[in-house]
Write a protein that binds this ligand. Structure first.
Ligand code: MGD
Ligand code: MGD
Ligand code: SF4
Ligand code: MO
Length: 580
């Protein structure tokens, strides 16, 4: 049997059967066996980068590697930037770090994705353990908080059947349509909502006193914080109601409850505090360390495993990296010209770099401005191992196909290390390094550090206790105006595959469906066609991640405490285009 797994940036990490030389779901896989998604079903038919190019002219791979070597030999280390994305989640993607760290390049470090939530978890719980799929399965209530599994994580949907569902999302998502409770919250309202829910949990005597005493510290400070909120005004600002608060608490009362939290709640400057408030609510209700309970997010699947790759000495923040400070930029598995915030500035800055090297599988905004483009082999053509951020599963990616196109990350690194006389281990060494931490349990591979019930024995913070949010410095603008929100599209994976082309708005506003307009924020403009979508709040404008120009409207601010990218908390004007 020819088996491998999907490497794409997605919660599910589906197992793939390639026995008939075409991509099919591996039917025996208990979690993902029934189906794959549209990206994977059309993966091999998707036009890929085939030929290396230098200054727009086709070159052979050998020539491309020689040019790359020469560029790097002529580049100063502190003027060379290494920028790696996570489009392929395989561990072997990190092998290029072995060369660039030795070269002493500057590493673009940090998150443009889930970093604020991750930091919040680290502060409160110490480590970001995976919520096991079995915990979701045995729960009675599931709270989808800024998370949209129908589009981003469809393989967990069967686990949500026959449960009470609560959705907290500014959109009427598919899950919200059939939910037992939907709080169609105003964007950025999550922090305040979580504090209000915690306050009323205490009023209704729903706090888990035993858990709070044994496993947490400073809960009193958190409850004091919840007291500072002026209830009526807060509910008005976030557009929630007291009956909704009551219903939420009734639904979760004495029930095994999991919160599945997504990136939607933390994509703003106070993302860390918002996530900590949600985690602190979960702790108030005693949802950690018990079967069928917990808070799931994009987890760190490698808790307990030391990376095979050493840390860079020189780092800069990825989310607001200034490309113009570098002579040479090496970009791998990412499309920063579309996906980094403030893309108008990013596009201008990168023009000042002498050498932009793009190493990827698809053509995109970044490959188009690159001086040297090197096609990468895709997952069917290389060996790898993948840890999932959405479940405890580890999948092995086997090389199943030869191809004349592209070069693997390992082979590119090997070439550079040989030219620079740097030491590098064999590909097998690195793969085995990770495989040594894997155990198979009931046909599922997991790391030996996976916990069936995370935080059962306490937390990994310095105190060993859950540490509550105890301070906020929150000044959000809940004033009138059109709030920009983002979501992931079913059709694309960020800027890969079928990218969305439109901006979405509630029909109430009177704009024509199909009307071309200019969207304007403080940071830039975007000419785009509007489409009606009445699942949106009237005060929100939605762009899907990967829509060309989507980041023209965002800024280079980074979140407090996490330095993670900020995409929301921005007001939009819609300008009519007047044709003479
Ligand atoms: N098909 C598909 N799947 C994907 C991806 C993709 O591009 N396409 N991307 C992958 C990646 S990189 C990631 S990080 C994950 C993300 O996975 P999710 O977090 O599930 O995805 P999003 O659509 O970004 O956000 C989820 C929801 O947050 C809501 N939201 C927006 N603002 C707010 C807010 O202020 N408060 C609340 N409560 N909700 C808000 C949005 O309406 C949306 O429904 O998905 C992965 N899976
Ligand atoms: N406005 C706005 N911006 C966002 C978001 C949002 O919701 N709104 N979401 C953010 C999030 S959560 C994320 S994760 C980022 C995603 O941002 P990126 O990861 O930068 O974007 P992708 O569109 O996934 O592009 C990745 C590129 O990697 C390349 N690639 C794929 N597989 C391989 C491989 O095996 N090897 C190599 N060498 N290259 C490969 C392909 O050429 C592909 O075009 O975007 C962020 N940006
Ligand atoms: S993108 Fe996600 S759902 Fe699609 S095949 Fe890959 S892991 Fe599965
Ligand atoms: Mo992401």
């Amino acid at each position: 049997m020819k088996l491998t797994a999907c490497p794409l940036d997605c919660f599910d990490s589906c197992v793939i059967d390639y026995s008939q030389n075409s991509i099919k779901p591996f039917k025996d896989d208990l979690h993902t066996g029934k189906f794959l998604c549209s990206h994977m079903n059309h993966f091999e038919a998707t036009q890929r980068l085939e030929k290396p190019t230098f200054m727009g002219e086709e070159v052979s791979m050998e020539e491309a590697l020689n040019i790359l070597t020469k560029i790097l030999k002529d580049s100063e280390a502190n003027k060379t930037l290494y920028f790696k994305g996570h489009a392929n989640m395989g561990e072997m993607q990190n092998i290029t770090k072995e060369f660039f760290r030795e070269f002493e390049a500057v590493n673009a470090k940090g998150s443009i994705c889930a970093g604020s939530g991750d930091k919040a978890i680290e502060l409160g719980r110490g480590s970001n353990y995976t919520l096991p799929l079995d915990a979701i399965k045995s729960s009675e209530v599931v709270v989808l908080w800024g998370r949209n599994p129908h589009d981003t994580n469809s393989h967990i949907l069967p686990l949500l059947k026959n449960k009470k569902i609560i959705v907290i999302d500014p959109r009427v998502t598919t899950s919200a349509q059939n939910a037992d409770l939907h709080i169609q919250i105003k964007p950025l309202g999550d922090l305040v909502l979580a504090l209000l829910l915690a306050r009323f949990a205490v009023v209704y005597d729903q706090e888990d006193k035993e858990f709070l005493k044994e496993f947490t510290q400073d809960s009193e400070d958190f409850f004091d914080l919840t007291q500072n909120i002026r209830i009526k005004q807060a509910l008005f600002e976030i557009d929630a109601t007291l009956p909704q608060i009551g219903e939420f608490l009734d639904l979760v009362k004495h029930k095994k409850t999991v919160f599945l939290v997504g990136t939607g709640v933390q994509r703003h400057i106070d993302g860390v505090a918002a996530f900590r408030a949600i985690d602190s609510l979960a702790a108030t209700l005693g949802l950690f360390g018990k079967d069928g309970c917990g808070v799931g997010y994009l987890s760190n699947p490698q808790v307990g495993i030391k990376s095979a790759f050493k840390e860079f000495k020189n780092n800069t923040t990825k989310a607001n990296v200034n490309f113009s400070e570098y002579e040479t930029v090496f970009i791998q598995g990412a499309n920063p010209l579309s996906q980094l915030p403030n893309s108008l500035k990013v596009t201008k800055d990168i023009q000042k770099c002498e050498n932009v090297i793009y190493f990827g599988t698809f053509e995109n905004e970044t490959s188009k401005v690159a001086t040297l483009v090197i096609p990468a082999k895709h997952f069917l053509e290389k060996n790898d191992i993948r840890f999932s951020y959405g479940s405890e599963r580890v999948t092995i990616l086997n090389k199943l196909k030869e191809s004349n196109i592209g070069i693997s990350e390992y082979d590119l690194t090997l070439h550079l290390c040989e030219k620079f006389d740097y030491k590098i281990n064999s590909e097998k060494y690195y793969l085995n390094y990770f495989k040594e931490h894997i155990q198979e349990y009931k046909r599922v591979k997991k790391t030996q550090y996976t916990k069936a019930i995370p935080y059962e024995d306490g937390f990994d913070t310095a105190s060993g206790k859950f540490e509550f949010l105890d301070e906020i410095d929150f000044e959000h603008d809940f004033s009138w105006g059109m709030n920009l929100i983002y979501a992931k599209s079913k059709n694309s994976l960020n800027s890969q595959f079928k990218r969305e082309q439109f901006a979405y708005i509630n029909a109430n506003h009177g704009w024509d469906n199909g009307e071309e307009v200019i969207l304007e924020s403080k940071y830039g403009t975007l000419k785009i066609v509007l489409k009606h979508d009445n699942t949106l709040r009237p005060d929100t404008l939605l762009l899907y991640s990967g829509t060309p120009g989507a980041n023209n409207l965002t800024n280079s601010k980074v979140s407090y405490e996490a330095n993670s990218a900020v995409y929301q908390g921005i007001k939009i004007n819609i300008l009519r285009i007047i044709n003479d």
